[in-house]
Write a new protein. Structure first.
Length: 159
């Protein structure tokens, strides 16, 4: 399992915009230079973030990209859903049934329960983490993420 470059770069661009003190926001070339990304890639990512409702843009000489809402109102799980989606979707098993129409493990699948549990833990952290949280330092984010994961109410059982 991996997060995509779009998700990584999208969060980096969103953080860059969130940290900006410019009243006009940041332009694509500015974000591109600060993040070491191509302008085409930044443009594509910012379009997705704008369509997702996380940022807004203004045109013209003083135009740029700004957050469309307060950092504490931007949930990281929602941002990642717009940028790429979840690691495990319920239709995963249907899409990976091998050469059969239905997976041979459909009735009792220990792998499915593993993926569901991992996705649940990820959702519990990302559903509580906000852009404001990510604007803190690494130690602060580690502390928050660890606490959010510890709060997860996912039952673990063994047979």
């Amino acid at each position: 399992m991996k997060f995509s470059s779009q998700e990584e770069y999208g969060l980096r661009c969103l953080l860059r915009i969130g940290k900006s003190k410019s009243p006009n926001g940041l332009t694509i070339p500015e974000i591109s230079q600060m993040e070491g990304l191509s302008t085409a890639n930044v443009g594509k990512i910012l379009r997705a973030l704008r369509l997702g409702g996380f940022i807004e843009s203004s045109r013209g000489q003083t135009g740029g990209y700004k957050l469309s809402r307060l950092p504490e109102e931007i949930i990281i799980g929602e941002v990642l859903a717009v940028l790429g989606g979840r690691l495990f979707e319920e239709d995963f098993c249907n899409d990976h049934s091998g050469t059969e129409m239905i997976c041979t493990h459909t009735i009792d699948c220990s792998l499915r329960s593993l993926w569901r549990t991992i996705q649940s833990l990820i959702d519990s952290v990302l559903g509580k983490m906000t852009l404001k949280d990510l604007l803190g330092n690494e130690e602060h984010v580690t502390f928050l993420a660890t606490n959010f994961a510890g709060e997860a109410n996912t039952p673990f059982t063994t047979n």
